[in-house]
Design a protein around this ligand. Structure first.
Ligand code: UD1
Length: 418
């Protein structure tokens, strides 16, 4: 077990570059299962979640070559349709093999997915959509077993919530299905758009990209394609908050600022100076932080994946803030840990009421999920004294060499064996 040891109180300064987006890379990797031939992907982050997806694809028979941020995947000769429980339980995105395997092989067996423990995370929308497309699906003994004896066919599917994963799974399934699939109330998030652009480049006909109404016309064959993944908007915004919480000044390079409108607007409201250039963002904290209200919403709203990090920041804002989590019901594991550091937070249902304090104190705290772990790291960077973050394997699932990036900006942070 490894931990971060942080001596807080150093303002971050300098330049830093963001990695490719994990949540965009995972569905595009799953898309390679639809394709006979070798695809080449650039800007793949070197994260444990990506490794688990690579192993999953290998287990199914794909040839995966990983070389310094580049990945090539050839799924010409798949030899099985079953993902072992060991792999599926490590990664929520393992559910994304469902659509492609049903479309390509007509059957699939995969254990119910794992990933961050941030709520019950049902998969009914995936199942309902794929059932409408002609598959029969059973969920029993912790496994999803699905078949599409006569192949998948296009269907009209309304999602009663714009689920990111369900939109992606249905897009993947629809790409090789017979006829036209219409997805209504699709997710608008940049990672879904990235998957659409990959599939389109590979020859799938998709209309309405970036809107709530996606129309996909399935094709018989999808051509091998090379593609570069978008920058990680969540990593970029986490670094922005790191600059803000330490009263620093940093420049974040390689970002797509148009994906960050809600976090930028919120940070400006809190009193953080932000200058947006073509592919970089400068963040500077000159004044006191102001309390505010934040509500997580599907994209383009404020991302749930930044709720823990903004919570850390608002712990140090003057006045009373309110954070409301509307996407996941159990995304507050960082709260008890922040309280150990002196934060004044009261949880009321799905809201957090935060009374700003003038400083946080270092303590020993436990990371329980990716973003919660990042939030505690940010709190440690700002706190007086020494903070130890335990269980950092969670942080490694979503942030590549997080401590090295922060150290390159001046932070006093080390990785140690517990
Ligand atoms: C993805 C992201 C995750 C992010 C989340 C929301 C990846 C690998 N993960 O997760 O980082 O926090 O989007 O932006 O890309 N729901 C249902 N039924 C379903 C599917 C979802 O009720 O069949 C609910 C979920 O319980 C949750 C909400 O919809 O409350 C959002 O889930 P969804 O958008 O599907 O998130 P993921 O794709 O799992």
């Amino acid at each position: 077990m490894e931990r971060f040891v942080i001596q807080g109180g150093v303002p971050l300064t300098g330049k830093v570059k963001v990695e490719g987006s994990k949540n965009a890379a995972l569905p595009v990797m799953a898309a390679s299962l639809l394709i006979e031939g070798r695809c080449f992907f650039n800007n793949i982050p070197k994260l444990t979640d990506i490794e688990v997806m690579s192993k999953t694809l290998k287990e199914l028979g794909a040839d995966v070559v990983d070389f310094d941020g580049k990945l090539s995947i050839d799924a010409s000769s798949l030899y099985q349709e079953e993902v072992s429980c060991k792999l599926a339980r490590k990664l929520r995105a393992s559910i994304l093999v469902l659509g492609p395997l049903l479309a390509r092989r007509g059957k699939v067996k995969v254990a119910l997915p794992g990933g961050c423990n941030i709520g019950s995370r049902p998969i009914n929308l995936h199942i309902e959509g794929l059932t409408k497309m002609g598959s029969s699906i059973q969920v029993e003994d912790g496994y999803i077993r699905a078949k599409a004896r006569s192949g998948l066919r296009g269907a009209e599917i309304y999602l009663n919530f714009p689920s990111v994963g369900a939109t992606e799974n249905l897009l993947l399934a629809a790409s090789l299905a017979k006829g036209k699939t219409v997805i209504k109330n699709a997710s608008l998030c940049p990672e879904v758009v990235d998957l659409c652009l990959f599939l389109k480049k590979a020859g799938v006909k998709i209309e309405g990209i970036g809107t709530k109404l996606l129309t996909i016309t399935g094709v018989k064959e999808i051509r091998p394609t090379s593609y570069s993944i978008i920058p990680d908007r969540i990593e970029a915004a986490t670094l922005m908050i790191a600059a803000a919480i330490t009263e620093g000044k940093i420049c974040i390079e390689g970002v797509q600022a148009e994906h960050l409108e809600a976090p930028i607007t919120t940070l400006r409201k809190i009193g953080v100076q932000i200058k947006v250039d073509k592919d970089s963002i400068q963040v500077e904290r000159l004044s006191k932080l102001k309390a505010t209200s934040v509500k997580t919403m599907p994209y383009p709203g404020f991302p749930t994946d930044l709720q823990p990090q903004i919570t850390s920041l608002l712990c140090l804002a003057e006045g009373k803030s309110r954070i409301t989590e509307t996407i996941f019901e159990n995304r507050f594991t960082h709260v008890s840990e922040l309280k150990k550091m002196g934060a004044e937070i009261e949880q009321k249902g799905t809201s957090l009421l935060i009374k700003g304090v003038s400083f946080l104190k270092g303590n020993k705290v436990l990371a329980s999920d990716i973003r919660g772990g990042a939030a505690l790291t940010l709190a440690g960077l700002a706190a007086r004294g020494c903070t130890e973050i335990l269980n950092i394997k969670h942080i490694d699932r979503g942030y590549f060499k997080f401590e090295e990036k922060l150290a390159s900006l001046g932070a006093k942070i080390k990785r140690e064996k517990s």
